[in-house]
Design a protein around this ligand. Structure first.
Ligand code: MN
Length: 195
């Protein structure tokens, strides 16, 4: 048993269908994320990060330790933001007001977020984060990078690695990104923003 454990999913493997299929969950969560956890646990013994938290590792490590820790942190935020049945809609709240303030409207925010996801070249993640003053920003992060590395608080993320959508959408990444809004649990995003 290593230091880090595979997170538990807060829903059943088929609960996000048809937006994300059971097959995709079984590979993306059951194989890819599980491998990142096993890899990191194998790399940590004897390193200077044996006692470090995941965020500390992501902010200070390099090489394989950084890549695997980054992917664990990213996927914990990703899989933790969905909701099985009906997504809880954006009901305003602090994050709803901040989206209106910083992007003009929820539709304008969605358009920019999807566009940044669709145009990210190669593998990576698109993020909504808050800066120290609570201002919201959308960023593209390559590979396993996370906005915490730049002092931002990550709130919402879409994974644009092909393993996140290829079984269900093949090359239609924009269609996958457009569908993800149906399963976002905005109560989770609001909690992250207030934390
Ligand atoms: Mn992934």
């Amino acid at each position: 048993m290593g230091k880090f454990e595979l997170m538990a999913l807060p829903y059943e493997a088929d609960a996000l269908e048809p937006v994300i299929s059971r097959d995709t969950i079984s590979f993306h969560y059951g194989k890819h994320l599980a491998a990142y956890v096993n890899n990191l646990n194998a790399l940590l013994p004897g390193s200077r990060f044996e006692e470090a938290s995941l965020e500390e590792i992501v902010c200070k490590a390099s090489g394989g330790i950084l890549n695997n820790a980054g992917q664990i942190l990213n996927h914990e935020l990703y899989f933790g933001q969905f909701r099985g049945k009906e997504a809880s809609p954006l009901k305003g709240g602090l994050v709803g007001s901040a989206i209106k303030r910083d992007f003009g409207s929820f539709e304008a925010f969605k358009d920019e977020f999807q566009k940044k996801g669709a145009t990210l070249f190669g593998s990576g993640w698109v993020w909504l984060s808050a800066d120290k003053d609570g201002k919201l920003v959308i960023t593209q992060e390559p590979n396993a990078a996370n906005p915490v590395q730049r002092g931002l608080k990550p709130l919402l993320t879409f994974d644009v690695w092909e393993h996140a959508y290829y079984l269900d959408y093949q090359n239609r990444r924009p269609d996958h990104l457009a569908a993800l809004w149906q399963i976002i649990d905005w109560d989770v995003i609001e909690k992250r923003y207030r934390s």
